[in-house]
Design a protein around this ligand. Structure first.
Ligand code: DX5
Ligand code: ZN
Length: 215
């Protein structure tokens, strides 16, 4: 059974709290919060205040996905705001080991995100510093994009590298995840399905979360 992380980018932004609560009641495991800076990606999204406010209305872990440049400058404010997991994009950070250490020093779980155009080989040098991996199956920046099939192969390769190095961390896949892609992702070794549109843009948040949880 997969874990399900719900990406609030696809929420009705005027009703984020109630939609997260519905997802939680339906069995969602994590809340995924994409933070975008308008520089690394053209979109701009959420600030630390939302993390603080969500913390008051849900018990689910809050996973901040930094889709921005210079993640180390944003770390302190999101740590103070109450994030539980911080993931940064590998290609947005010149010193990823340092960044992973800083996240740990702040008392949080540390993840690395890898975009669809980048390979996973450098994981062999990073895994022993990491608590989680996000493989992105769309370019960072927007919800509702076309799923990149190459993620299946990367998922298998990431698993191989984990076996080779002996360091295993949960693998999440982010972008274009629905029941169809999700089923194959779980077969290929995904531990967590991150889903935005297929949950929050559906007729029923509850049914969508339950459908993904069953995979
Ligand atoms: C993309 C974000 C994703 C996004 C996924 O930049 O990292 O988390 O919300 O959205 P869907 O599930 O709609 O592809
Ligand atoms: Zn994301």
């Amino acid at each position: 059974m997969a874990k399900v992380s719900v990406s609030i980018l696809a929420c009705d932004q005027t009703r984020i709290g109630e939609q997260v609560q519905e997802a939680e009641r339906a069995g969602a495991d994590v809340v995924h919060i994409d933070v975008m800076d308008g520089v690394y990606v053209e979109n701009v999204t959420f600030g630390p205040q939302l993390v603080t406010d969500l913390k008051k209305i849900t018990r689910l872990p809050l996973s901040v996905h930094m889709e921005l440049l210079r993640p180390e400058t944003f770390l302190p404010m999101f740590a103070r705001a109450g994030a539980d997991i911080i993931t940064f994009q590998l290609d947005a950070c010149p010193n990823p080991i340092h960044m992973l250490r800083e996240i740990h020093k702040a008392g949080l779980k540390a993840g690395v995100g890898i975009g669809p155009a980048y390979d996973v080989e450098s994981l062999k040098y990073l895994l022993h510093h990491m608590d989680g991996l996000i493989l992105m199956s769309v370019e960072p920046g927007y919800g509702g994009q076309t799923f990149e099939e190459s993620v299946y192969e990367k998922l298998r390769r990431a698993r191989e590298i984990m076996d080779e190095t002996g360091y295993h961390v949960p693998v999440s896949v982010d972008g274009g995840v629905n029941v169809q892609t999700g089923r194959r992702l779980v077969e290929a070794g995904a531990d967590v399905l991150i889903a935005g549109s297929s949950v929050f843009q559906s007729d029923s948040i509850t049914a969508a979360v339950k459908g993904l949880k069953k995979l």
